[in-house]
Design a protein around this ligand. Structure first.
Ligand code: NAP
Length: 487
């Protein structure tokens, strides 16, 4: 399938009005593998005129797409899911190289995405409206009834991040389409080859010309132009808080759905099952080198059990595998860029300098950073607050659950938190007080199952995703009031 979206010189094309088109100004971005710097392909750095065409095309096509029956839309989505599975190997191989993720996780990302798309079709078919009688409001009369249906918003701009280039693009496209919108996908530059591949799967499944279009180019160059384009009716963004906050500061009157950064805490109470806790912390903190929005990013443990917890974590860190994901499935892979690795090392250096105790790791070879664990991290250290998006975790010792809650809530972020305890009362006590979108009891922080609501509060996001929630976010109620004269 990949040959349909690139030419013999390995220059990728964009999907515009149902055609795969080359760069019109012959300007390309070179996409290299973070694993070994090999060139994977070139993608058009689109000009403003090309962006205009993508958005105008989407605007026109949406007018027909909104009238396609729900059942037909669902059939297209089912086919897209089947196509993804059919080409799973090719897509997963591309993903391993493009974003340096281990093969097993790439396969499971494609499978999870196919499930997501199917479930979205099922859910879309089961969304119905309501009718509200007028006489339930004080003074209301029984001659009035409100019929509420949902209608699409128009053109949805979907901007996805590098770390789940298939899943986090599809989780915008599929609900957006099912709600009757057309989509302009702007994938992360590192990850855009996978994003274009995904678009090809939707096209092959029968998404009509113009209903899905892609825009490639560096966010820093064309991002402001696209996000403030008057043809865009809704922006669904996943990425860093920095870029999300920037978008929300420059846009006006366009609804936003944003999933942003996090500093998810694992709160460990005195009665936790420490074996289970340590397993979850290691899996949650270090898989894909910690490059997950919901990775465990700090451990807040009550002093009383801190040493025992560390004893359980350290052997598990020793077992983590590290290296080149092309060779074998490894837990720790080279980070997405040298800048990303430099940033993680800055946080490590700051923690060391301010007196944190290095328990494990701390070294770097190229962009591969050892799984790293610090104890005695204090609130003056950057590692206590900043999101490393790398394999480093701070342990902050606390005296009790209230101190843990206080520290957890002092973060600017509010994506998820986990609480480990065997006491149901303590679990609810902590969960009720945390300022986050989701609290996991006795499990690592993580997204999914994908029909659960997923949201971040404070600097972690705006709005709610999750299959039904995403369809609802990308549609609005349309109210028709029937006024009867003879009641
Ligand atoms: P990023 O640098 O913010 O980039 C995200 C997307 O925004 C990319 O497509 C990027 O394009 C684009 N972009 C950059 N500048 C833009 C601008 N001015 N206007 C419009 N778009 C612009 O994030 P990332 O490094 O890909 O992903 C890591 C971050 O995402 C972490 O902070 C992580 O926590 C967060 N994340 C959150 C969730 C969640 O659900 N909460 C899930 C995954 C990741 P280019 O690539 O071309 O720059």
């Amino acid at each position: 399938m990949i040959t349909a979206i690139r030419d013999e010189k390995n220059r990728y094309r964009n999907l515009q009005n149902g055609q795969w088109v080359e760069s019109r100004n012959d300007t390309y971005i070179t996409i290299k593998s973070p694993i070994d710097d090999t060139v994977l392909g070139m993608v058009p750095a689109m000009s403003k005129e090309e962006v205009d065409m993508a958005i105008e095309t989407a605007k026109k096509a949406q007018k027909q797409w909104r009238n396609v029956t729900t059942d037909e839309k669902a059939e297209i989505l089912y086919r897209a899911a089947d196509i993804l599975l059919k080409y799973k190997e090719e897509l997963a191989e591309l993903m391993v190289r493009e974003i340096s993720k281990d093969r097993k996780s790439c396969y499971s990302e494609v499978e999870r995405t196919a499930d997501f798309i199917r479930f979205t079709a099922d859910t879309g078919k089961n969304i119905s409206g309501e009718s509200i009688p007028g006489d339930s409001f004080p003074g209301g009369k029984n001659n009035k009834v409100s019929i509420v249906r949902r209608e699409p918003l128009g053109v949805v701009l979907a901007i996805s991040p590098f770390n789940y280039p298939v899943n986090l693009a599809a989780s915008k496209i599929a609900p957006g389409l099912m709600a009757g919108n057309s989509i302009v996908l702007k994938p992360a530059s590192q990850g855009c080859l996978c994003g274009l591949y995904l678009a090809r799967a939707f096209q092959e499944a029968g998404v009509p010309a113009g209903v899905l279009n892609t825009v490639t180019g560096k966010g820093s160059e064309i991002g402001d132009y696209i996000t403030t384009h008057k043809g865009i009716d809704f922006i669904n963004f996943t990425g860093s808080t920095e870029v999300g906050a920037h978008i929300s500061s420059i846009t006006s009157m366009v609804p936003l759905l944003m999933e942003l950064g996090g500093k998810d805490a694992a709160i460990v109470l005195e009665d936790a099952d420490l074996e289970l806790t340590a397993s979850n912390i290691v899996a949650g903190g270090y898989s894909y080198s910690g490059q997950r929005c919901t990775a465990v990013k700090r451990i807040l443990v009550v002093e009383e059990v801190a040493d025992q917890l560390i004893e359980k974590i350290l052997p598990k860190l020793e077992k983590l595998t590290m290296g080149n994901p092309l060779d074998r499935d490894v837990d720790i892979v080279p980070l997405i860029s040298t800048n990303a690795a430099d940033f993680v090392c800055e946080l490590i250096a700051d923690a060391k300098e301010k007196g944190a105790k290095l328990l494990f790791g701390g070294n770097r070879e190229g962009n591969l950073i050892q799984p790293t664990l610090f104890d005695n991290v204090t609130t003056d250290m950057r590692l206590a607050w900043e999101e490393p998006f790398g394999p480093v975790l701070p342990i902050i010792r606390v005296k009790d659950k209230d101190e843990a809650i206080k520290l957890a809530n002092e973060s600017e972020y509010g994506l998820q938190s986990a609480v480990f305890t065997q006491n149901i009362n303590n679990a609810f006590y902590v969960a009720n007080k945390l300022e986050v979108g989701t609290v996991q009891v006795n499990n690592k922080t993580e997204r999914g199952p994908d029909h659960f609501p997923f949201l971040g509060v404070k600097a972690s996001g705006i709005g709610t995703q999750g299959i039904r929630y995403s369809i609802e976010s990308m549609s609005r109620p349309k109210v028709t009031v029937i006024n009867l004269s003879n009641n």
